[in-house]
Design a protein around this ligand. Structure first.
Ligand code: GAL
Length: 634
């Protein structure tokens, strides 16, 4: 597969006499792909049943004539106003029971069957019209499932769907009562129609009730997406993608991904750093105009795993300041090139910039593009052209291999959201901490799903904060010949979020039990013997397995066999890198401690070194300027 660049374009925002110039300039910039259409429903079908294809036909043709290929988006993230009159109850409802209103986007409830039919209908219409059009060479379903918190909906439709889902899963109210422990506080049900959604309870709802609702809601996203995929596949052989987001855990991307051909995601490093990266204020300051050095890479690796056969793209790449973060700075010159090369170093087939031209109107008028609203080039245009030129020397997509894998489990994200026990405990955060530690050692990392049955490709496997191991992974761990590090808080619960008995983890060959756990406030730490610290979490361990590391007060901090070890706490970054460095030595994996801000990734032919630091850094005698990228053939 070739590496390419792309851009997101909204022909419906501009007068038609500009389209040809835009298309020509895109081609001159070296752009291959243009994503269009994903919000254009009110122009495709302004009135129910009245389709206006002529403009979209001409837009696609204009792009095709310039030699560009189109990714066509289904417009279901933006149901037009008439749709609300047809289906007044299709609006999603928030946890306070308030319907969300028309006037922005994503105002639909995934459980609403009337809207699902509408979404099938518009997808079918698009697929019938463009499924055989050679210019439409890829598809995107909807846009960013869960953007603006839109997966959980507490609507009547969701309640009805949830009850059905529960009846299918548990078969009888008694079985559900037993699974959830509803004898507690007299929460027992005698019929599925008595069960409500887990919002507006007096104090916290029962954890398995919340977990079940999150599982149900995730399944609705999978179903909603599958309806579109099925329609498109009837008419088109082109690959289908969805554009996922950063740090979204509300639906199971592994499951959605199995229905698609390409995973893609929308990468906004500066918005993310301010908005959603778990880091310190000092690091936020240091990386303000570059983005967190590991956050993008983490998602590249995650979505490479989610994509079928590792196929993945960046569907939207930040070009300059965005409009949606609490503060919106401009990237350091060079970063819009660096971000693209980082994606390619992780195996991306395409990096597509969002958006071609800044819109002078509506919600995103402060969001930059490759062109300014007055058509003059914005700084990212030259960066995109540079990347396109550079791709002539390194044309082929290639992710290389990874000696280390980390398990990422959406179910565990939901379990710990339902029962955090410590305010800052989360599955995403636990996995990201492990990932960061590996990156600080210059390692290539794969992110793998929780039902992975074969770990033999890896020398080291990390399983942080997975609340309940799946059977395939449990079996794979028991026979694993590399080193696996489980914990903290791994396999301590049943699949229904009760305490596992006998006390977990339950992996053959690992005689370790978590007998109690503490969550630690930010001002508290557990000191380790020698040096190092745990924060956030500490599991009290017992068992006959050898102790490899102790706390200052003599409690086990790491216990286990040569192949299977349990980590009792959440290490600080430095401690984590030291622990993983030691395990890599034992597993025969080569590590390269990285200077702060410098990151490395190795494909099968090249080593890429990226400088996220705001100052120049040295790499084996090579000076890499701030925001610079260096690559060398292996
Ligand atoms: C994405 C979204 C785009 C646009 C962009 C702005 O989340 O998919 O439509 O809103 O953010 O940064």
């Amino acid at each position: 597969m070739k590496r390419t660049i792309g851009v997101c374009y909204y022909p419906e925002h501009w007068s038609e006499d500009r389209w040809e110039t835009d298309a020509r300039m895109m081609a001159e910039t070296g752009i291959t792909w243009v994503r269009i259409g994903e919000f254009a429903w009110s122009r495709i079908e302004p009135v129910e049943g009245e389709f206006h294809w002529d403009w979209l036909d001409r837009a696609i043709e204009t792009l095709g004539k310039a030699g560009l290929k189109v990714v066509l988006g289904t417009p279901t993230a933006t149901p037009p106003r008439w749709m609300i009159d047809r289906h007044p109850d299709m609006l999603a409802v928030d946890a306070q029971g308030r319907p969300r209103k028309f006037g922005s986007r994503r105002h639909y409830c995934f459980s609403h069957h009337g809207y699902r039919d509408e979404s099938r209908r518009i997808t079918r219409a698009l697929a019938e019209r463009y499924g055989k059009n050679p210019i439409v060479a890829a598809w995107q379903t909807d846009n960013e499932y869960d953007c603006h918190d839109t997966v959980l909906s507490y609507s009547d439709a969701a309640r009805a769907g949830f009850r059905d889902w529960l009846a299918q899963r548990y078969q009888s109210p008694d079985a559900l009562n037993r699974a959830w422990g509803n004898v507690f506080w007299s929460m027992e049900y005698t019929g599925f129609d008595q069960i409500d959604l887990p919002n507006l309870t007096v104090t916290e709802p029962n954890h398995p009730h919340v977990l079940a609702f999150k599982r149900y809601s995730s399944d609705q996203v999978v179903d909603f997406n599958r309806i579109q995929v099925d329609e498109i596949r009837k008419h088109s052989k082109a690959p289908i993608a969805h554009n996922y987001m950063g740090k979204i855990t509300s639906f199971d991307h592994w499951k959605v991904g199995r229905d698609l051909d390409i995973a893609s995601w929308d990468s906004y490093p500066l918005g993310f750093l301010i908005d959603r990266v778990d880091t310190t204020d000092d690091r936020r300051r240091a990386f303000l105009r570059q983005g967190d050095p590991d956050f993008q890479a983490f998602h590249h690796d995650l979505y490479r795993g989610v994509g079928k056969k590792g196929r993945w793209w960046v569907m939207e790449q930040q070009p300059g300041p965005v409009n949606w973060a609490p503060w919106n700075v401009a990237p350091l010159p060079g970063m819009t090139r660096l971000w693209a090369w980082e994606a390619f170093a992780h195996g991306a087939e395409c990096v597509s910039y969002f958006r071609w031209r800044q819109a002078p109107f509506a919600q995103e008028q402060m969001h930059s593009g490759l062109l300014r609203p007055d058509n003059a080039p914005a700084p990212a245009l030259e960066a995109a052209a540079t990347v396109a030129r550079e791709l002539r020397d390194l044309p082929d997509a290639d992710a290389g291999t990874s000696p280390v894998a980390i398990v990422f489990d959406y179910d565990s994200a939901w379990a710990w959201e339902a029962q955090p026990q410590g305010r800052d405990f989360g599955h995403f955060e636990a996995v990201f901490a492990a990932y960061r530690a590996c990156r600080a050692l210059g390692l290539n990392i794969d992110i793998i799903p929780p039902d992975t049955a074969d770990l033999s490709a890896y020398g080291l496997v990390l399983v942080p904060a997975v609340f309940s191991l799946t059977d395939p992974l449990r079996a794979a761990l028991a026979s694993y010949r590399g080193i696996a590090l489980l914990g903290p808080r791994t396999d301590v619960k049943t699949d229904e979020l009760s305490v596992r008995l006998p006390l977990g983890p339950d992996v053959e060959g690992l005689d370790v039990s978590v007998v109690a756990s503490e969550s630690l406030p930010p001002e508290d730490v557990v000191r380790l013997a020698g040096k190092g610290k745990f924060r956030r979490w500490f599991d009290h361990l017992e068992g006959s397995a050898p102790v490899h590391l102790m706390t200052e007060s003599g409690a086990p901090a790491i216990m286990g066999t040569d192949h299977l070890r349990y980590l009792a706490g959440w290490p600080t970054d430095k401690t984590f890198a030291r622990i993983i460095g030691g395990l890599c030595d034992a597993a025969g994996i080569e590590t390269t401690p990285m200077p702060d801000g410098l990151r490395v990734r190795t494909t099968s032919t090249h080593r890429f070194v990226l400088n996220y630091a705001p100052v120049a850094r040295k790499w084996h005698g090579v000076r890499i300027p701030a925001a610079g990228v260096h690559w060398e053939a292996l």
